[in-house]
Design a protein around this ligand. Structure first.
Ligand SMILES: [Zn+2]
Ligand SMILES: [Zn+2]
Length: 572
């Protein structure tokens, strides 16, 4: 997929325009298009071919033509011309999250810093805080930003990994009829929020045929190793993909072994040892006689160890083995349990589609309800809605609900939590919605106390049903802000406020660990896709994967409620 390439070009153009003090509207247009292209679940190249690029919010004729150029040639003339106007070092420095064009220019011109490595050295030696406008806090932020890029260089988002492994599996099946069973393993199969590389396991009676087909797949850029049963490649997006052919009678054992995590594997090996068994990537064996007693299916491996089958998402050695030994694993929520989406943006704010289009698409998925949550007035960059428009929107929803059967549109808003913790609409307006989602969109760098205060006060208004993206993180861009979670969870249960698992690919917020802690504190989680385009409704699966990694069952997730029960919940 070329989506990332396109988004990167647009982001870099915006950066350069910022350095050149160009028109802020133009800059914002590029940023917005980059964000939306990055969030697409469809391949931008396919959209280009179908002449559908202008369906992407923020993409008009001009940007569509640029996308076509990138898809066709892998390059962009306009970008290359712009790039010549600024020193490359400034661009490199701006790649560090938290360093804007002004700071980058300053570091380059005043301190003659020409690379990120130099920057890291000077920041560590406290040689930056002396500059006008740069404080000690900036040094800290710079170092944290450098850590972030280091991590980003190593890992891709879960969504990118799912897309890529899906493409590789499909292409391999198509190009090698010798492929029998095939499954991705690794942290991708555990649905970790970021993934380093992709491991795929295959069974086949002609391994050579599979290997030869694999190293010639269209997305392969470099072949790192080409062996009889194992090969490694680098894709054109710089990701390492390994494919191994294993014996059919060892497939289950290999899946357990390569799905990991390491801590999980060590723990089950330890359990095997205690009962005179040995477990490895080929199977479970009786230690003394070396006789194999399991290997073909994963369930057999766990059964041999007197454990119930542990879902891949739980294999982190966070008590899942103890629970499996007692037969007490949770019955995890599944995608098919989801009956609606609690976070969608329509054309009324910064979404691309009308409420009717969204509701029709949601009905097609099989949803019973959908909560339309357009931005409130403060958020002007996202076309936040005035009170007057809210009233019009409520009328429109009523009308569509009368006409469109089989799905209920719930009226809502994603209302800004202001800096003092009050909400961006009056009580009178908020009471008119079926449900209110509240979110912090400004002041991310405030103190933990302040952010906790804002969060808690918003919930204590009693007017909010869901707190959206509770820690504000955008992976690769800004880290989660700190909150006093004990306090937040306590107030959430007291005020019956749900915390969101935002399923947008770069958010996944709350994350798995905090979602689990919230559930254990008695909080209900609500999954919302934060969709701005129809195809983003599909990212609900990312939200479900977070919920599963957090040990959530149907009873912990608001989206599992039938419409009638949800309406009862709202009335309460
Ligand atoms: Zn938001
Ligand atoms: Zn939103």
């Amino acid at each position: 997929m070329k989506n990332l390439d396109v988004a990167t070009f647009f982001d870099e153009i915006a950066d350069i325009l910022e350095i050149l003090d160009d028109n802020p509207f133009k800059i914002r247009a590029y940023r917005k298009a980059a964000l939306n292209v990055r969030g697409l679940t469809e391949d931008v190249a396919l959209l280009a071919r179908a002449d559908r690029l202008e369906e992407i919010p923020g993409v008009g004729k001009d940007l569509a033509a640029k996308i076509v150029e990138i898809v066709k040639t892998g390059r962009l003339k306009h970008y290359e011309e712009l790039k010549r106007k600024v020193p490359e070092a400034i661009l490199d420095l701006m790649a560090v999250p938290g360093i804007g064009p002004k700071t980058a220019k300053l570091l380059y011109e005043k301190l003659k810093i020409k690379s990120v490595e130099e920057l890291e050295k000077k920041a560590k030696a406290h040689k930056i805080s002396g500059l006008p406008g740069l404080k000690e806090k900036t040094e800290e932020n710079i170092l944290r930003g450098i850590e972030l890029i280091k991590k980003r260089a190593e890992r891709m988002s879960l969504k990118e990994a799912l897309d890529l492994s899906g493409e590789v599996v499909a292409a391999l099946k198509k190009n090698s009829p010798a492929v029998k069973r095939i499954a991705p393993a690794g942290s991708l199969r555990r649905m970790k929020e970021t993934v380093r590389d992709i491991d795929i396991l295959v069974t086949s009676d002609k391994p050579k045929n599979v290997m030869d087909a694999f190293v010639k797949l269209p997305m392969v850029k470099d072949v790192l190793a080409h062996g009889p049963t194992k090969s490694s490649v680098l894709t054109d997006t710089g990701v390492q993909v390994d494919v191994r052919v294993v014996e059919p009678e060892s497939f289950g054992a290999a899946l357990v072994y390569f799905t990991g995590s390491q801590a999980h594997n060590i723990h089950i090996r330890h359990i095997a040892k205690k009962t005179g068994l040995k477990v490895n990537e080929y199977g479970v064996f009786i230690e003394k006689t070396n006789r194999k007693i399991a290997g073909r299916e994963e369930a057999d491996i766990y059964k041999a160890l007197k454990l119930t089958l542990i879902p891949p998402e739980l294999r982190e050695d966070r008590d899942e083995i103890e629970a499996a030994a007692k037969g007490r694993l949770p019955k995890l929520i599944e995608l098919s349990d989801i009956r609606g989406d609690f976070h969608v943006h329509s054309k009324w704010s910064d979404g691309a589609h009308s409420i009717e289009e969204i509701a029709t698409a949601a009905k097609k998925i099989g949803y019973e309800y959908i909560l339309v949550t357009d931005h409130s007035k403060r958020l002007k960059v996202a076309r936040g809605m005035t009170e007057k428009d809210v009233l019009k929107k409520l009328k429109e929803i009523q009308k569509i609900n009368e006409e469109l059967k089989g799905i209920k549109i719930l009226s809502g808003a994603e209302v800004d939590i202001l800096s003092d913790g009050t909400l961006d609409y009056s009580k009178d307006i908020l009471k008119k919605f079926d449900m209110v989602v509240a979110a912090i969109h400004s002041g991310f760098k405030e103190s933990k106390d302040k952010l906790t205060m804002r969060t808690v006060r918003a919930m204590e208004t009693g007017l909010v049903q869901i707190l959206a993206h509770p820690t504000g993180r955008l992976m690769g861009v800004r880290p989660a802000y700190e909150l006093d979670f004990d306090k937040v969870f306590k107030v959430a249960t007291q005020t019956k406020t749900c915390l969101e698992i935002n399923a947008f690919a770069e958010r996944l917020d709350l994350d798995d660990v905090n979602s689990k802690a919230a559930m254990e504190a008695g909080v209900i989680l609500a999954i919302g896709t934060d969709m701005h385009m129809l195809d983003q409704l599909g990212s609900i699966k990312l939200g479900v994967s977070v919920a599963r990694r957090a040990w959530l069952e149907k009873k912990n997730v608001l989206n599992a409620l039938r419409l009638e029960d949800l309406l009862k919940f709202i009335r309460k």
